[in-house]
Design a protein around this ligand. Structure first.
Ligand SMILES: C[S@@+](CC[C@H](N)C(=O)[O-])C[C@H]1O[C@@H](n2cnc3c(N)ncnc32)[C@H](O)[C@@H]1O
Length: 241
């Protein structure tokens, strides 16, 4: 698939959104890392969670059915949210913003950990739509959206990062990994989308795209990382402490 032109559509069911709000309630009850409403806990503001949750949830419900730009399915967005919350991550990087669905989930979680997301997109139209979506979701304050070629920008970013989501041109995944690994904090996490296994045959089920099998092989071969496939198509690699 040509990432710059290909399109796919997802739907977010109302039941799933309601279930998500329920999950958030439980997460908040059982100790999600967040400070008192509206107060910073280390550099970045923590949201007044009830108000923001309502705004983000309403946005996701309103926008259901209008995510046409290769955006992640809802369950993968939720996985990203959970990874950030569970790790208490605060310094996130996303490669491949598109119109901002995965960025919405990541930034929503960062609004609770007191973190910030840098997200990179090369296409001006999608970058513009993402900015509008982040604003509508109430999450602009947690996002630094860059219009740039990630091949150039990612190696130039200073870091450190503790959470990275790779979801851009698949044939460049290994290069992205090489650029971010030295900037990844111990205990940090790299999630990569559309990866379902290595080149040995295990990853063919979901129509593996060129580059993603090589990415899996590369990450699985690094002794300082623990790499597994989560859900149907997200490789999650934790950097050992
Ligand atoms: C699969 S989409 C990202 C979907 C997004 N993560 C979401 O779920 O909402 C991949 C995006 O990567 C962008 N992209 C491809 N090559 C890029 C590059 N070299 N630098 C920055 N963005 C790039 C494409 O324009 C496209 O919008």
């Amino acid at each position: 698939m040509n990432l710059k032109n290909g399109r796919k559509q997802i739907g977010i069911s109302a039941a799933a959104v309601v279930a998500g709000v329920g999950c958030l309630f439980l997460l908040n009850v059982f100790g999600v890392p967040s400070g008192p409403a509206g107060r910073p806990t280390g550099g970045q503001a923590v949201a007044a969670s009830g108000e923001l949750d309502a705004k983000v949830t309403a946005f996701l419900e309103r926008s259901r059915g209008r995510w046409y730009d290769m955006n992640v399915p809802e369950q993968d967005g939720r996985l990203l949210y959970d990874l950030v919350i569970k790790g208490g991550y605060k310094r996130a990087l996303e490669i491949g913003t598109s119109t901002g669905l995965s960025g919405t989930y990541i930034a929503w979680a960062l609004s609770k950990t007191g973190g910030k997301l840098i997200t990179v997109e090369i296409d001006p139209g999608r970058h513009g739509e993402a900015m509008a979506n982040f604003k509508e979701a109430g999450l602009s304050g947690w996002i630094d959206a860059r219009l740039a070629d990630a091949h150039e920008l990612v190696p130039a970013l200073e870091g450190p990062f503790d959470f990275v989501f790779i979801d851009a041109d698949k044939e460049w995944y290994v290069e992205y990994a090489k650029a971010v690994i030295p900037k990844l904090a111990p205990g940090g996490c790299i999630a990569a989308h559309n990866v379902s296994g290595g080149t040995g045959g295990g990853g063919r089920r979901w129509g593996r795209q060129p580059g993603t099998g090589e990415y899996y092989d590369y990450m699985a071969g690094l002794s300082e990382f623990e790499t597994t496939i989560r859900g149907r198509q997200t490789a999650v690699s934790y950097k050992k402490k």
